[in-house]
Design a protein around this ligand. Structure first.
Ligand SMILES: [Zn+2]
Length: 245
């Protein structure tokens, strides 16, 4: 039996309680007579998830579906917490290493990395925007190179690579070969970022998460897919707060 198969059996044997424990906050499930599909929203006031679903949906099916929305849930949680704006003396990670914002009005406006400092100048008013622009450019440069590297290994090429801040997703790949990645990945440790890039490049070949996809993803990244995935889950919520507020 392949590890993939045993994984499926294990997860279908998971109890409702174990499924529920996989969610970061409490969930309230409400079957509705006139509901046609499952809907999830995060209630800021109570800090709970509210799920409505068609009348006959089992609690277990609803929980499994909610677990699949984990990236979206994390994004909602991040949004409801205070942000970490880019301010003088603030510290945030670049490629997983802490960098301090060293601001002085007389330094050049364009931020630059010098060891563990991000040196930036110009009026403090536009600092937030200038730092974000700098990080977006860096993210695009680094990840375009990595897309090309992995695509060459897979024997394909991406039509376009772009960076954005697409809500709950770290990356996406269209059937037309366009890869879009969150600029926030440049904040994460390199291995975590490379995992997301390898994942999206593997989608250039397989537009699903099947066995062939997983084999290609593992071949592109090398060892450590599961570790990188777990690390992204751990650091993701903070990465979404950085540069906000
Ligand atoms: Zn995917």
């Amino acid at each position: 039996m392949t590890p993939g198969n045993s994984n499926i059996i294990w997860s279908s044997a998971r109890s409702e309680a174990a499924l529920e424990a996989g969610l970061p906050v409490p969930i309230e499930i409400r079957p509705m007579r006139n509901s046609r599909r499952l809907r999830l929203r995060f209630d800021d006031a109570s800090g709970t998830l509210k799920l409505t679903c068609p009348w006959r949906t089992s609690r277990r099916a609803a929980l499994k579906w909610a677990l699949d929305q984990r990236d979206w849930i994390d994004a909602q949680l991040a949004r409801s917490e205070p942000g970490e704006p880019f301010m003088p003396e603030a510290t945030f990670p670049v490629e997983g290493r802490d960098v301090r914002i060293a601001w002085s009005e007389k330094s050049p406006r364009t931020p630059r990395l010098e060891g563990s400092e991000l040196v930036c100048g110009g009026p403090q008013a536009g600092l937030q925007r200038r730092i974000q622009l700098f990080l977006k450019r860096l993210a695009l440069e680094v990840m375009s190179r990595e897309v090309a590297e992995f695509a060459a290994l897979a024997g394909v090429s991406a039509r376009q690579v772009s960076v954005g801040d697409a809500g709950s997703r770290w990356g996406s790949c269209s059937s037309a070969g366009r890869i879009r990645l969150s600029w926030r990945l440049i904040l994460a440790p390199a291995h975590v970022r490379r995992y997301v890039v390898a994942h999206e490049v593997a989608h250039l070949v397989h537009l699903n998460h099947g066995r062939d996809f997983k084999a290609l993803e593992a071949r592109l990244l090398g060892p450590g897919v599961a570790e990188a995935k777990a690390a992204l889950r751990r650091v993701g919520p903070r990465l979404r707060r950085i540069g906000r507020g």
